[in-house]
Ligand binder design. Structure first.
Ligand SMILES: Nc1nc2c(ncn2[C@@H]2O[C@H](COP(=O)(O)OP(=O)(O)OP(=O)(O)O)[C@@H](O)[C@H]2O)c(=O)[nH]1
Ligand SMILES: [Mg+2]
Length: 306
């Protein structure tokens, strides 16, 4: 069981500075406070539309609703994340292909290995593809992880064609009758056209082996960078349609407001969350646990304003 509450400590501190006004007893939730709060929400990278919705809900509660302010806020935030059923590896077809993409350093390689670990725990037999051929260290890093999680890797030489390695990895998945291949790719800046074209080439190459592959394409986003993550997700989604979002480093001082805007704009599910650097630290995203962690609500809380 992941400790969301502990992992979100630093994020919560950032968020609480913003939301202090809502929670302090001696501060009446008058119109001036609401206005002040809206500005603070915007400063914390909460999208304008969401900030407006939060304020409207609090205003409504203030005008006569008897629910606690915190419950109102919690519900607005959970509704924004509108999560569907949790992802399971067993819902994938046989020899499924999961492509991992994102900008430099967002946590792709680590996440690829953590996903293989989770798949193994679910009784799924995975393979990993090291299609980061850009740096020699790219596939070495995945090999080290592979030993830790007990999963085979298909890798190419440094400088070789990433699309060819991706193809080989999927081919090996089929030949070795594995349930799933998770393919790690090189970090690429979302605004560099040649790099984004390489991503399209990887997808075309996978298509050649299996027309439906990749069945899943997940972007790995670093939660600590805030609103820029939205920009990245937007560019990647325009290049190759994304089917999932993995948010890493929520255990750092993340600017969690960006999660709400990304989810809202892309309407792609947030599938997993990185809460630390160990192999066990990737957990399915849970909207309520996330919002509780953010607002400082513990399981045994009564929900009273404080
Ligand atoms: N605290 C924390 N650190 C993480 C998390 N996920 C990844 N990291 C760290 O982030 C750093 C970068 O992770 P990588 O997996 O190498 O990132 P990458 O996207 O593969 O990087 P490039 O291949 O260079 O683009 C490493 O030090 C990881 O340990 C997380 O959820 N929490
Ligand atoms: Mg990497």
């Amino acid at each position: 069981m992941a400790n969301w509450f502990k992992a979100l400590g630093k994020t919560r501190n950032l968020f609480k500075e913003t939301l202090g006004g809502i929670f302090s007893r001696d501060k009446d939730l008058d119109e001036a406070t609401l206005e002040e709060l809206e500005e603070e929400l915007l400063a914390a990278d909460v999208a304008p539309r969401l900030a407006a919705e939060v304020i409207a809900a609090l205003d409504k509660a203030r005008r006569g609703g008897n629910r606690s302010r915190r419950d109102v806020l919690k519900q607005v935030l959970i509704d924004q994340l509108a999560q569907t059923t949790p992802f399971t590896f067993s819902q994938l077809p046989p020899n499924a292909c999961l492509l991992i993409v994102g900008v430099n350093g967002s946590g792709k390689t680590t996440t690829t290995a953590k996903l293989a670990h989770l798949a193994l725990e679910e009784g799924i037999d995975p393979l990993m593809g090291a299609a980061d051929t850009f740096r020699a260290a790219g596939s070495d890093q995945l090999r080290i992880w592979a030993e830790m999680v007990g999963c085979e890797v298909v890798a190419g030489k440094q400088g070789s064609d990433a699309a060819a390695v991706a193809y080989d990895a999927l081919d090996a998945c089929i030949a070795r009758n594995r349930d799933l291949v998770v393919i790690d790719t090189a970090g690429r800046m979302h605004n560099k056209a040649p790099l984004m074209d390489e991503l399209k080439k990887i997808v075309r190459s996978l298509n050649k082996r299996v027309p439906e592959a990749p069945q899943e394409t997940w972007i790995v986003l670093d939660a600590t960078i805030g609103q820029n993550a939205l920009m990245q997700a937007r560019f990647f989604n325009e290049t190759i349609p994304l089917t999932g979002i993995v948010i890493t480093k929520l255990d750092g001082s993340s600017k969690a407001g960006c999660l709400f805007s990304i989810k809202k704009e892309l309407d792609v599910p947030i599938v997993f969350t990185g809460l630390g650097e160990r192999k066990e630290d990737l957990v399915p995203f849970e909207a309520e646990a996330f919002v509780d962690g953010l607002l400082g609500i513990k399981d045994d809380d009564t929900g009273d304003d404080n």
